[in-house]
Write a protein that binds this ligand. Structure first.
Ligand code: EPU
Length: 412
C-alpha cells in the first residue's frame, strides 16, 4: 500500500490549475452507452475512478481512446465486466440506466465505493421500476429488463445526485415524458444534462423539476467537462492554512459559493474572479457552524477539508453532516495529530488548538485523505498518510500540484 510522507510547515505560493470534475466525468462517460456514435470528452481528469469507468466501458465491449481527449464508442454491449470494477466504485451504478434505456436490459454488480457509511441504490432501482423495468437482485447481481422504458413522474425519497443522473439518462430514450420532481441540482448534474442535450436529448428545468422528453435515438457529441469545484475548494483550504498567496485558476467560483461564503465568514482572505480565486494564508480564523446540504448548500465533499481549518478557529465550531451522517472517520485520524474534535449525534464539535503534530495516520476515504494531507501540510514535523490509494481515486496529480506550490511530499 502506498503512503505519502509530508514535511509540515512549508509555505506554499504560486498558481495551481484545477482539473476537470471527477463527478461530472463519470456520468458523462456512462452516457456513452446511450449511443452507437462516438462521444468525445475534453478535460477528463486522470484519476483512478475515471480509469475504472473506462475499463468498465471497455469490458462492456466499447472502443476507448485516451489521449488529449477521451473518446468512447459503444457500438453495442457485450461481455461481463470483472466484478472488482463494480466493487471499486459506487459510480458503476451509472451504467445501469443508460443500458436498460438503449438495449432493454442491463446488469450491474452491487457497487462499492468509499467507506463513508451505508450507500444504498434503492432510489435508482425504484425509479427504474416505475419506468417499467423489471428488476431482479440475486447473489449481488442486479438485472434490469424491459421491452420499453416509459416516461414517469419520479419523486425520490430524498435528493440523490447519481440517482438523478441515472434516471435522467434512462429517460432520454424512454417513451414519453419523465418528470423528476426533486432532482439534484449539483453543477455536475447540469453538466451531464448539457452533454445529453448535445447528444440530441430533450431536457428542460422549471419549478416543477427536471423534464425529459424521450427521443428515438441519441447521437455522438463533443463536450468539455466542468472544473472540479471540490479540488478548487481543497486548494482554497491549503492556501488559507499554509499559503503565502495561491492563485487557483481554471476553476468556477460560482459553483463554490457556499464554501466561499463559509470561508469568508471564517475569516479566510481571498479574492475571486470569473474563473480564479486568489487566497492568502496566515490569517486568524473564526469558529463557524456548518451543515452539509445538497447543492447549493455546503457540500459534504468539502466537510473533512474545512474541518482542518476550523481546528485553528477561535471559539467552538460545529459541523453537522446531513448527507452521510457517518462521514467522520477523518476526525479520529485528525485527533492523532492533535485536533480537538468530538463526534456526537452526526455532529462534530471542534475546539481550537494552536498547532498540530505530524504522526502516522490512515486515509479512509477520498475526502478524508485530502483532509489528512492538509493537516500534514500545516503540522509540525513529519506526517505519514497511509493508504493514499483513496486520494488517487479523485484528485488528479494532487501531490505534484502541491509540490509545485512548494510543499515537501514524498510517495513511498
Ligand atoms: N441514498 C439512498 N438511496 C439511494 C441513493 C441515495 O438512501 O438509492 C441516500 C444516500 O445514502 C445519502 C443521500 O441519499 O444519504 C444522498 O446520496 P447521493 O445519492 O446524492 O450520493 P451519490 O450520488 O452516491 C454523489 C457523489 C459523492 C457525493 C454525493 C453527495 C458521485 C460519483 N458521487 O454520490 O461524491 O458525496 O453525491 O453530494 O457523483 C466524492 O466525490 O468524494 C463523493 C463521495
Amino acid at each position: 500500500m502506498k503512503r505519502a510522507v509530508i514535511e509540515g510547515g512549508r509555505i506554499l505560493t504560486g498558481e495551481v490549475k484545477i482539473s476537470g470534475a471527477k463527478n461530472a466525468a463519470l456520468p458523462e462517460l456512462a452516457a456513452s452507452l446511450l449511443t452507437g456514435e462516438e462521444l468525445v470528452l475534453r478535460r477528463v481528469p486522470r484519476v483512478k475512478d475515471v480509469e475504472t469507468m473506462l475499463e468498465l466501458l471497455l469490458e462492456l465491449g466499447g472502443e476507448v481512446h485516451v489521449g488529449e481527449t477521451v473518446r468512447v464508442k459503444m457500438g453495442t454491449v457485450r461481455g461481463d465486466p470483472r466484478e472488482e470494477l463494480f466493487r471499486a466504485m459506487r459510480a458503476s451504478v451509472l451504467v445501469l440506466g443508460p443500458q436498460v434505456a438503449r438495449f432493454g436490459r442491463g446488469e450491474i454488480l452491487w457497487p462499492g465505493g468509499c467507506s463513508i457509511g451505508e450507500r444504498p441504490i434503492d432510489f435508482h432501482l425504484q425509479a427504474l421500476r416505475k419506468m417499467g423495468a423489471e428488476i431482479r437482485e440475486e447473489n449481488g447481481r442486479i438485472q434490469a429488463k424491459t421491452r420499453e422504458l416509459r416516461g414517469a413522474r419520479i419523486r425520490f425519497p430524498r435528493i440523490t445526485v447519481t440517482g438523478t443522473e441515472n434516471i435522467m439518462m434512462a429517460a432520454t430514450l424512454a417513451r414519453g415524458e419523465t418528470l423528476i420532481e426533486n432532482p439534484a441540482l449539483e453543477p455536475e448534474v447540469k453538466d451531464l444534462a448539457d452533454l445529453l442535450v448535445r447528444m440530441g436529448a430533450k431536457i428542460s428545468w422549471d419549478r416543477d423539476g427536471l423534464h425529459i422528453e424521450g427521443v428515438d435515438g441519441l447521437h455522438g457529441a463533443e463536450h468539455t467537462v466542468i472544473p472540479d469545484r471540490i479540488e478548487a475548494g481543497t486548494f482554497l483550504i491549503a492556501g488559507a492554512l499554509v499559503g503565502k498567496k495561491i492563485k487557483i485558476s481554471r476553476c468556477m467560483p460560482s459553483h463554490l459559493q457556499a464554501v466561499l461564503e463559509a470561508a469568508r465568514e471564517a475569516g479566510v482572505e481571498f479574492q475571486e474572479g470569473e474563473d480564479w480565486i486568489e487566497v492568502k494564508g496566515g490569517g486568524q480564523f473564526r469558529a463557524l457552524e456548518i451543515e452539509t446540504r445538497e447543492y447549493p448548500g455546503f457540500p459534504t465533499d468539502m466537510q473533512a477539508q474545512f474541518m482542518v481549518l476550523l481546528c485553528f478557529a477561535h471559539g467552538v465550531s460545529t459541523v453537522k453532516e446531513n448527507i452521510f451522517p457517518h462521514r467522520f472517520r477523518h476526525a479520529e485520524e485528525l485527533r492523532k495529530m492533535g485536533c480537538d474534535i468530538e463526534i456526537s449525534m452526526g455532529r462534530a464539535i471542534i475546539k481550537r488548538v494552536s498547532k498540530l503534530r505530524g504522526t502516522q495516520v490512515l486515509a479512509t476515504d477520498l475526502r478524508a485523505s485530502a483532509s489528512l494531507v492538509l493537516a500534514g501540510l500545516v503540522a509540525e514535523g513529519r506526517t505519514v498518510v497511509e493508504d493514499i490509494y483513496h486520494l488517487k481515486r479523485g484528485y488528479e496529480n494532487f501531490f505534484g500540484k502541491l509540490k509545485n506550490l512548494g510543499a515537501e511530499i514524498k510517495e513511498e
